[in-house]
Design a protein around this ligand. Structure first.
Ligand code: SAH
Length: 287
């Protein structure tokens, strides 16, 4: 038994054909069963989820299902039925995880939360970027296909769901208005700004001035670089599932990136994630 909401159940998703997603039941406060389809929430690394699973445990209890070597935590958090999981790092990991969220857990929509390297001129450590669109910056089948285009899909930019991204950005703006100054003082960053625009993803931790310059030259409108978002956006596009990505800037993808990333991840990422997700989920749970 893993949680007070019903315990671990490894077998069920495997036994369901993909054409008939398994309908999980979701622990929630009180005894009523939630009929709404859940929201999938994922991050690459545990620090990026903050205290979300603990908050779920306290609110509704958690049922944990292991599937494809990942733990999926089912429950209600801030009033919203959710499946929370860790993808681990990279595009394949993100694609595999979001695919399971769609097929085995029947999520209504997917939100990715995490940290990223700042690429845009005005993007600083401690800022927040909400994606309007995502692109795989290491996709290059030229000269057969245009650089960045996903072969046979004919696309390079995958849009985030406009409504979901707007709700996420609104949660970020509220966090900044209510706690931005305190967060800046506490973490020694400037007061956070919220940016909306292009996030680029690749199987590469970008950590050199040359690397970030090359990205800026090739993709002048890129605001942030990370390793999962565009893979998730591609899978969500293919299945028609709304998705959104929010990234707090942990580094500026230059030579200082490794140390900036590690200290931000260990000291700050969880606090941002808690503050943003609490506001986003409360608004969603109140629908
Ligand atoms: N094993 C390392 C892996 C971190 S890789 C660790 O646990 O410490 C960096 C992670 O943060 C990825 O998930 C990526 O999405 C994000 N990220 C932050 N800064 C990045 C940068 N400059 N370039 C690429 N990804 C970055």
């Amino acid at each position: 038994m893993t949680g007070e909401g019903g315990g671990r159940d490894d077998s069920q998703p495997h036994s369901q054909p993909h054409s008939q997603p398994h309908r999980q039941s979701y622990p929630q406060a009180g005894n009523a069963q939630v009929s709404r389809r859940p929201l999938g929430i994922l991050a690459a690394l545990p620090q990026e989820l903050g205290d979300l699973i603990e908050a779920m445990r306290a609110e509704s209890g958690v049922r944990t299902v292991t599937h494809g070597r990942r733990d999926y935590h089912l429950g209600t958090v801030h009033g919203a039925p959710c499946v929370v999981t860790l993808a681990r790092v990279g595009k394949v990991a993100a694609a595999a995880t979001v695919s399971a969220l769609i097929h085995a857990f029947d999520v209504e929509a997917v939100v990715f939360t995490g940290v990223a390297g700042g690429v845009g001129d005005s993007v600083r450590v401690g800022d927040i970027v909400v994606a309007n669109a995502l692109l795989q910056h290491d996709m290059d089948a030229s000269p057969l296909f245009a650089r960045f285009e996903v072969p046979l899909l004919g696309m390079s930019r995958f849009a985030a769901d406009a409504a979901l991204a707007a709700q996420l950005a609104e949660a970020c703006e509220r966090f900044v208005a209510e706690e931005g100054a305190a967060a800046a003082a506490r973490f020694g960053t400037r007061e956070p700004r919220v940016h909306r625009g292009l996030i680029v993803s690749g199987d590469q931790f970008v950590a050199s001035s040359a690397g970030v310059l090359a990205l800026r030259e090739a993709l002048p409108d890129a605001l942030a670089v990370e390793m999962e978002g565009a893979a998730l956006a591609q899978v969500c596009h293919e299945y028609g599932v709304p998705c959104a990505v929010v990234r707090t800037i942990s580094d500026t993808a230059d030579d200082h990136a490794p140390s900036s990333f590690v200290s931000f991840l260990t000291e700050i990422a969880g606090a941002y994630s808690n503050a943003i997700l609490a506001r986003f989920l409360k608004a969603r749970g109140a629908r």
